[in-house]
Design a protein around this ligand. Structure first.
Ligand SMILES: Nc1ncnc2c1ncn2[C@@H]1O[C@H](COP(=O)(O)OP(=O)(O)OP(=O)(O)O)[C@@H](O)[C@H]1O
Length: 290
């Protein structure tokens, strides 16, 4: 195809897209639904960064997720609690593309259909996930771990020639400060305490500037002091990022929570402030009263 023909083709496609957008009742919003967005573009004008509706997943006939509805506002710090087997991990697996639901809707912002993306694409779109166990590179320094997280995110192939530019250096310094590791920049990650390794891994996610962070039992195994500093860290992150924190440690939840969602049997049992869900008889019966 000649360059002229390609240009003409592109012009026609753009005209068709504009016309389709104008033809919808909502002036284009509907036409934009399900499109594959470019990284950095998340439409939160409708007040939601994450939206799950009527999601179902069965494993060999067992309903692990059963009509799950949930939405998270931009900048919100949402705590998720619930008994073992409630479906918390499975829910995160669905959001990050690790598990495909049998049915339902899962949107990032109002235009990005997460079910049309795979795991690496979802990470590139700006959803970062922290698993329970720290997975840092023990033989590298704190600095090198953070630098590597950036390289990996940017898809740098020839890492020997990669140099941080000044914006990236500033970002790294800012992240080091946020995760309480500015004084440990040249220490090997393997020498850090359990809590410090957790912070480093959160820092590695922050280097990729995620819009939504999913954190699975982040304070499990931490000392009281590390737990308190993690609470501080999360309170600092909220607003700039949206956070979904799954935890069993209720005193930690009490320190950080605004809105709490209680999952049970694969769907939402209760939602509200911690005081509200703690007073809910159904929540006491299945979870808190154990
Ligand atoms: N791949 C799988 N195959 C079969 N069953 C599964 C699979 N993944 C999860 N399940 C089942 O689905 C249910 C929900 O599990 P899930 O791990 O999501 O719960 P959870 O709320 O994260 O629990 P916990 O607090 O113990 O981590 C459990 O009964 C679990 O055994």
């Amino acid at each position: 195809m000649t360059p002229d023909l390609m240009e003409e083709g592109t012009r026609r496609m753009q005209a068709v897209a504009v016309k389709a957008a104008q033809d919808t009742e909502s002036g284009g919003r509907k036409a934009g639904y399900s499109r594959i967005a470019t990284p950095g573009e998340v439409d939160t004008t409708h007040g939601r960064i994450l939206y799950l509706e009527d999601v179902h997943v069965s494993f060999d006939g067992f309903k692990a997720i059963n009509g799950l509805n949930l939405d998270i506002a931009p900048g919100e710090l949402r705590c998720i609690i619930g008994p073992n087997g409630a479906g918390k991990t499975t829910m995160m697996d669905i959001i990050t593309g690790k598990t495909r639901p049998d049915s339902g809707t899962v949107f990032f912002g109002s235009t990005i259909d997460l079910l049309r993306h795979n795991e690496p694409q979802i990470a590139q779109l700006g959803i970062g996930r922290k698993f329970q166990k720290p997975t840092v590179f023990e033989q590298l320094t704190v600095f090198e771990n953070l630098e590597l997280a950036l390289k990996t995110h940017k898809g740098v192939k020839h890492s020997m020639f990669f140099r941080l530019d000044s914006t990236q250096s500033d970002r790294l310094a800012e992240v080091l400060h946020t995760i309480h590791l500015a004084g440990s920049v040249h220490r090997m990650a393997g020498e850090l305490s359990h809590g410090q390794k957790q912070w480093l891994e959160i820092g590695m996610l922050l280097m990729q500037d995620p819009k939504l962070l999913l954190l699975d039992e982040p304070v499990a195994g931490m000392t009281d002091d590390e737990t308190a500093r993690t609470a501080e860290l999360f309170l600092r992150l909220k607003g700039q990022h949206s956070l979904m924190v799954v935890e069993h440690d209720m005193s930690f939840i009490a320190t950080i929570s605004e809105k709490v969602t209680v999952l049970c049997d694969g769907s939402v049992l209760a939602e509200g402030t911690l005081a509200q869900v703690q007073a809910d008889e159904r929540v006491i019966e299945v979870y808190l009263g154990r």
